[in-house]
Design a protein around this ligand. Structure first.
Ligand code: FAD
Length: 239
């Protein structure tokens, strides 16, 4: 069954990247890390790829909005999405998905996001800060340039405010950047993974992003000797 949700507003969150804020229906319950299908107005009975797309929920369960964010590419679905005005009603199918944090909070979590793969982790980090969770949470966030890194300023503020959360953001293409960056550069490699994991209690690794990035990061984790039972991932098919 689908649920109607009103579009409240859209907010640019990085270069070519938009967050869509919807009113949250009463009783709508989800876990940080879950996703929903967004269905264009009037298309609830249509299962075609041009009428519905899966998006991870950016907002945390305590918030009264449901927020999704996406790279605004020139696809049929996204052209239609871009044309919607506040007040438009979309249908929501979900929540679904199992990229949710493990139950044993004494085990650390290392979240590894490639680009727009940050979305499920935003919900987890917002929730952790709001609930004052004591779980060790480290986010490795890779983007080409600072201007591509959605929610970067918010993540930096969350890391400053919530001590168990640590942010390591890295840029892989500063040669083409227009914004300054004095943090890490280069891809996430085995050395960075091992350095990140040392000192953490029995970390579980979560990887999210475009399929090629997820596959490459899973290989890097394996080469770094991380047990595949401790790795969970979600590939954003379509990129
Ligand atoms: C669980 C989940 C969560 C996601 N969360 C996000 C998110 O938070 N933000 C975000 O931007 N994107 C997310 N995605 C990806 C999103 O659903 C779109 O596929 C993506 O945004 C590309 O859409 P597009 O309109 O730009 O390209 P499209 O034109 O729709 O797709 C490009 C190509 O990919 C193919 N394709 C599309 N979907 C699939 C699929 N499911 N399996 C295999 N091939 C496919 C199409 O056939 C086409 O050839 C998520 C996907 C999944 C499965």
């Amino acid at each position: 069954m689908t649920t109607p949700v009103p579009l409240l507003r859209t907010v640019p969150v990085a270069r070519g990247t938009t967050a869509f804020h919807f009113g949250k229906p009463a009783g709508f319950d989800f876990k940080p890390g879950q996703a929903c299908d967004l269905i264009l107005p009037g298309q609830a009975g249509n299962n075609g790829a041009d009428t519905r797309h899966a998006f991870s929920i950016v907002s945390a369960p305590h918030e009264d909005e449901l927020i999704f964010a996406t790279r605004m590419r020139d696809s049929t679905f996204k052209r239609a999405l871009a044309g919607l005005q506040p007040g438009a009603t979309l249908e929501l199918d979900g929540p679904f998905g199992s990229l949710t944090l493990h139950k044993k909070a004494e085990r650390a979590a290392v979240l590894i996001a490639g680009g727009i793969g940050i979305t499920p982790f935003m919900s987890m980090v917002r929730h952790a800060a709001h609930s004052q969770s004591t779980r060790q949470l480290v986010l490795l966030y890779s983007n080409r340039r600072p201007e591509d890194a959605a929610f970067l300023a918010e993540l930096q503020a969350l890391a400053a405010a919530h001590a168990p959360f640590r942010l390591i953001a890295t840029m892989t293409d500063m040669a083409h950047a227009t914004q300054p960056w004095d943090g890490a550069t280069g891809t996430i490699d085995g050395a960075l993974l091992q350095k990140t994991a040392s000192g953490l209690n029995a970390p579980v690794f979560y990887v999210s992003g475009p399929p090629s990035m997820v596959a490459a990061l899973r290989d890097t984790l394996e080469a770094a000797g991380i047990d595949e039972d401790d790795v969970r991932s979600e590939a954003f098919y379509g990129y």
